[in-house]
Design a protein around this ligand. Structure first.
Ligand code: ADP
Length: 220
């Protein structure tokens, strides 16, 4: 479903990724690890078409992402839910409204929104916090809202870029468990993290980046 073929990416003639190759099958849970600056976020940006490689091909389902034009990217991005370290929630909207907004911007019917949003907040364990604003939620809860928002389009893949970077141990565990649950329910999960404790705990396939190269690709 996802494939990187001989992908190289540099910024200002400085190589960040060199000749990267891997494939991800539907339903996999894959962790991408490496030190800060190893190129984890760059892999994600290439996958969602935010950056283009100088060499190689990035495949997502029927799309050759590196060739997509800007007006073709929204269709791709609807199939990929993204979660970031800093949550990126709208501060003036409640948990419910943050998730609903993702549907409103595409003109979905209000009745549909009222059905889908509570379902998704329930999935992430926030049914009782729907009307709380981000500043009234813990870091772990904010990340749950972000995951609900990422999942609202029922994407085939969820990409989490250092999702526990701002969380304490307990919340980290809970977010990792939630990603594992989402994966069990059938969504492919790509987890980029420098945190080796997490990688050890999830016991899933692992890709390691170092010096711009993919130095390891192992099943746990
Ligand atoms: P990671 O996610 O593993 O921390 P990144 O993919 O963010 O790594 O960054 C890899 C390298 O690419 C770093 O050295 C970073 O400074 C560089 N880099 C990332 N984005 C840009 C950019 N837009 N312009 C120049 N250099 C960049």
């Amino acid at each position: 479903m996802i494939a990187f073929h001989n992908v190289s990416k540099s910024y200002n003639f400085q190589a960040v990724l060199s000749d990267i190759n891997f494939k991800i099958s539907p339903g996999e849970f894959i962790s991408i690890t490496g030190k800060s600056g190893a190129g984890k976020s760059t892999i994600i940006k290439l996958l969602i078409g935010e950056e283009k490689p100088q060499k190689g091909r990035v495949i997502f389902g029927p799309y050759e992402v590196n060739r997509l034009k800007p007006n073709e990217l929204p269709a791709l991005r609807k199939k990929i839910g993204i979660v970031f370290q800093d949550f990126k929630l709208l501060q003036t909207k409640t948990a419910y409204e943050n998730v609903a907004f993702a549907l409103e911007v595409e003109g979905r019917q209000q009745v549909e929104i009222e059905e889908l949003v509570p379902q998704m907040l329930d999935l992430v364990g926030l049914a009782d916090r729907q009307n709380h604003f981000p500043h009234e939620l813990s870091g772990g809860m904010k990340q749950r809202v972000a995951i609900a928002r990422a999942m609202i389009h029922r994407p085939s893949v969820i990409v989490a870029d250092e999702p526990t970077g701002n969380l304490d141990h307990q919340n980290t565990e809970e977010i990792v468990n939630l990603l594992l649950k989402i994966n069990d329910l059938g969504t492919t999960v790509i987890l980029a993290t420098h945190n080796l404790e997490i990688v050890k705990r999830v016991k899933k396939r692992l890709i390691v980046l170092d010096g711009g190269k993919l130095i390891k690709d192992t099943e746990h």
